[in-house]
Design a protein around this ligand. Structure first.
Ligand SMILES: Cc1cc2nc3c(=O)[nH]c(=O)nc-3n(C[C@H](O)[C@H](O)[C@H](O)COP(=O)(O)O)c2cc1C
Length: 171
């Protein structure tokens, strides 16, 4: 059984969020949950369908989670931004598992604008405010500049977890 305190849950259509989520999980010694859809979103048709789905808030057909979020101290939720919103498969996962969430942190990747709105939506859907939030431009992931941002984010999460430990020790 895993001893990890942190679970990084991600959805990624084209690999950018997956890259950032894997690097973060590696840095934190976290377990990884990849949200897998039962339908194909590749190509231009997949792009158009994704826009329609996200605007209409249609649920996605996703596989059951492999990790139980409630058995971790912190779940980091990582999603791409779609139409200034949380990507549809992540919305579906959050809606299904929000009652089982412990403390949360949010990470989003984006191509130009809308990251703040998507981060706000993550808080609304999960019903939680984040211990920390991070937004990463997809171009930074492609050229490696995300490493510093992820390090700052990871260090902040470690400080927050240490603070929680200290509070529990006092009680
Ligand atoms: C359907 C769709 C809608 C998108 N909408 C936005 C958007 O509103 N704002 C933005 O900055 N990027 C937008 N993007 C770009 C993605 O957020 C960005 O490329 C992201 O890093 C992709 O992550 P992934 O490779 O993990 O899927 C959109 C991408 C897709 C596929």
């Amino acid at each position: 059984m895993s001893k990890a305190r942190v679970l990084v849950v991600y959805y990624s259509r084209s690999g950018v969020t997956a890259h950032a989520a894997k690097a973060l999980a590696n840095r934190l010694g976290a377990d990884l949950e990849d949200i897998v859809e039962r339908s194909d979103r590749s190509g231009p048709l997949g792009f158009v369908r994704s826009i329609i789905d996200v605007l209409r808030e249609r649920p996605a057909r996703i596989n059951a989670a492999k990790h139980d979020p409630s058995s971790y101290e912190l779940v980091v939720i990582a999603t791409p931004v779609w139409a200034h919103r949380v990507a549809t498969p992540m919305r579906t996962w959050l809606t299904a598992y929000r009652a089982r969430l412990p403390k949360v942190a949010f990470l989003c990747t984006f191509g130009g604008s809308g990251a703040e709105q998507a981060l706000g939506q993550l808080a609304d859907i999960s019903g939680r405010s984040a211990l920390a939030r991070c937004q990463i431009d997809a171009r930074d992931v492609r050229d490696g500049a995300q490493v510093r941002l992820l390090e700052i984010f990871a260090a902040r999460l470690e400080r927050k977890l240490a603070h929680v430990d200290a509070l529990e020790w006092e009680c």
